[in-house]
Write a protein that binds this ligand. Structure first.
Ligand code: GLN
Length: 194
């Protein structure tokens, strides 16, 4: 096991109302770290990293609002250095303007369902800045990132649109790394993001 695992004090949470919760948990476990489900403000205690999974952004967003987690997440991100990773619906929620429930914590505008319906879901090997080997990216009713503001680091694109990007401890992917066995993006989130 990577020695970073034995010395770290990471506490990982996954927003667990709906969507790809267990898949993210499994990938974290593959890396050697446990992640716990987050459904209430109390579950946020001590978290250093929080994953907002794919699923249905309207459903997840409504729960975030009703439980007070939306404000708690923003607060811990701003005040306590919490790292955030949103995949697909999670990216819609962390980014700007794509949903009435968006947290607007990264200057990235997304267009929901921009590739079409479930039938237009697809998988594609894409190049990323995380290594020479391409990444098997699974897009399921994915959003498109239509604009990325100043200083956003773009780690991968597909047909000219960013699909993996980050700034200020917020990482977004419009595809689903948790549906693969490739741990590189989760490793990046958990260990390498500044
Ligand atoms: N289309 C969904 C939404 O708008 C996102 C799909 C997904 O997370 N795979 O919330």
């Amino acid at each position: 096991m990577d020695e970073r695992h034995t010395t770290n004090k990471k506490q990982i949470g996954i927003i667990a109302f709906q969507g790809g919760v267990s898949e993210h948990g499994t990938l974290c476990r593959t890396i050697g770290l446990e992640a716990r489900p987050v459904r209430a403000i109390e579950d946020m205690r001590g978290l250093t990293h929080l994953i907002v999974p794919g699923g249905e952004s309207t459903v997840i967003g409504r729960f975030l609002l009703q439980t007070g987690l939306k404000d708690a997440i923003l607060d811990r991100w701003k005040q306590a250095g919490l790292y955030l990773f949103g995949t697909c619906a999670g990216a819609i929620l962390l980014g700007k303007n794509a949903s009435p429930y968006s947290l607007n914590c990264i200057d990235v505008v997304l267009d929901r369902n921009a590739y079409g319906s479930q039938l237009h879901s697809f998988s594609k090997n894409i190049k990323t800045t995380l290594g020479d080997e391409s990444f098997p990216a699974v897009f399921i009713r994915a959003p498109k990132i239509t604009s990325a503001g100043e200083g956003i680091a773009i780690l991968a694109t597909h047909e000219g649109n960013p699909v993996l990007c980050e700034k200020n401890r917020v990482l977004l992917s419009t595809f689903h790394p948790e549906l693969t066995h490739d741990t590189r993006i989760h490793n990046y989130f958990l260990f390498d993001m500044k």
